[in-house]
Design a protein around this ligand. Sequence first.
Ligand SMILES: Cc1cc2nc3c(=O)[nH]c(=O)nc-3n(C[C@H](O)[C@H](O)[C@H](O)COP(=O)(O)OP(=O)(O)OC[C@H]3O[C@@H](n4cnc5c(N)ncnc54)[C@H](O)[C@@H]3O)c2cc1C
Length: 553
Amino acid sequence: MEKKKILVLGGGFGGVFAAKSLEKLGRDKVEVELVNGNNYFVFQPLLPEVAASSIHSADAVVPLRQLLRRIQVRQAEVMGIDFEKKNVIVVQGARRVPIDLPYDELIIALGTGVDLDRFPGLPEHALTMKDLADAHRLRTHVIGCLETADVTDEPDVKRQLLSFVVVGGGFSGVETIAEMRELVTRALRYYPNIEDGDVRMTLIEYADRILPTFPADLAAYATRRLRMSGIDVLTGIGTKSATGTAVELTNGTIIPTSTIVATIGNGPHRLVATLGLDLHWARIKTDRYMRVPGHEGVWALGDAALIPLVEDPGENPADYATQTAQFAVREGQQLAANIIANLDGKALKPFAYTSKGSLASLGMSKAVADVYGIKLSGTLAWLLWRGFYLSFLPGFTSKLRVGVNWLVNSVMPPNIVQIQSTPPATRYNHYRKGDRVFEPGMLIDGFYTVIKGRFRLTIDNPETGEHFEKVFGPGEHFGERVLLRSALRTGLVVAQEEGVLLFIAQKDFTRFARAFPFLDNYFKDYIDRTFGGADKAFAPGSTNHKAELERLP
Ligand SMILES: Cc1cc2nc3c(=O)[nH]c(=O)nc-3n(C[C@H](O)[C@H](O)[C@H](O)COP(=O)(O)OP(=O)(O)OC[C@H]3O[C@@H](n4cnc5c(N)ncnc54)[C@H](O)[C@@H]3O)c2cc1C
């Protein structure tokens, strides 16, 4: 009998456990291939520990090829699905050419996306906590804040750098802030100019309490514990907007900060949102067997799917499987059994599972646990938390690595090596009224185009007393004048109202300008037209910008 081709999209908890079970249950009936963007499986519950340096980033992941020895693993990006032709389109490797992957049965396990669009500025300025790169970025960022805060002479800058805000009081938000607190506390011994009292940590939760999936008394314990370790827990307050220097809350409070982590805003996966499937609460609606209605041979599970637990589900979230690793693993196993039963012409089983409980680490060797109805808090809960996740980690090597990391970290000082990652060369920046984009004396960083709002540029030459002023609106740009000439800014740009700027880093902008002569001419004319004589007056010692361009790498 010809084997059926089963394609699994996504190598997270849902996809991996579905693929593993399929291989076990239907070895001679099915050929399984798993497609994932990375060549590793991420153990998401350990991400806050990666961010806190307790676990090395490479040890919180497991190579998919090691986990799925008898399954074809393909590292590729899923770009589209043609349900009619039963075909998935992927791109892989450096030759980004679309490739067709035909299937008989398709399993969608792509997880969810992040949607912060309701909060102006949050998509541009908040760090997220979804994958390994996020955890790594947060760790690097926090250490970078400590480095600068230790040496800056400006009290406002220091206050802003030492203020850390996490938005979202679910277990990933709670664990993230608790781990950040632990990292900062343990690292302070290396930063002699920072007192513990200089550090401000804030957890913001819109609901009236944190950890909504835990019993109220455990959530109250967690709140007390976090407060004892110096974290402000603000409940019943939401986030209104954010910039690169502050977050504004729904009660009008403005918290100056350079670090905002958002663990809220579960949105549909970017690709899933375009597939024309029936979505509810940003998840693919399935039947109780995890089939996607109206699409033969298509199944969905994990965070991406909305799987009913009861016959007639309504608007009560309890009618559906929850978005946790615990559920995704059981869904994967049940879905595999259903596919094999379907091929054998046997009856399928509806998905049914009751959560065995929840665990959340509070840092400093404390946790809360609600397991099999038994409630625990403190060190015992923390030991249970560690033991549970160690046992849950797939593969002996990863268990050993994480165990060793924990052991070493408990007796050694924290690792504060900052491995720099470059921010994207082109990005949106959000500003509130009064925010400074740049000011005289700052090193030039890039070129700015106004997307929304108005921005006032003023240039004062203290030597000649000359003054220049211009307001830029949508479609206009600034930053190019000094960019093509001297090394330091001479003007001050202040947001006149809430606005958004598209920023292009200096190196990329100058390379672009150099490659296209029309751009060179455009900026030359533009500078002459806009600044006229002021141009030379405000850029002492400047050379012809063409000559400057000649010297660029
Ligand atoms: C910080 C944090 C802490 C958590 N803690 C816990 C916990 O303590 N307990 C618990 O039970 N749950 C926890 N969870 C939730 C749990 O991790 C998720 O419910 C679970 O990972 C969902 O599994 P999944 O397979 O549906 O999706 P994911 O694990 O998100 O996997 C989706 C996979 O699809 C891949 N992918 C996405 N798009 C593409 C594409 N276009 N092409 C190719 N590949 C793609 C991704 O790279 C990823 O590997 C936590 C989550 C986070 C973020």
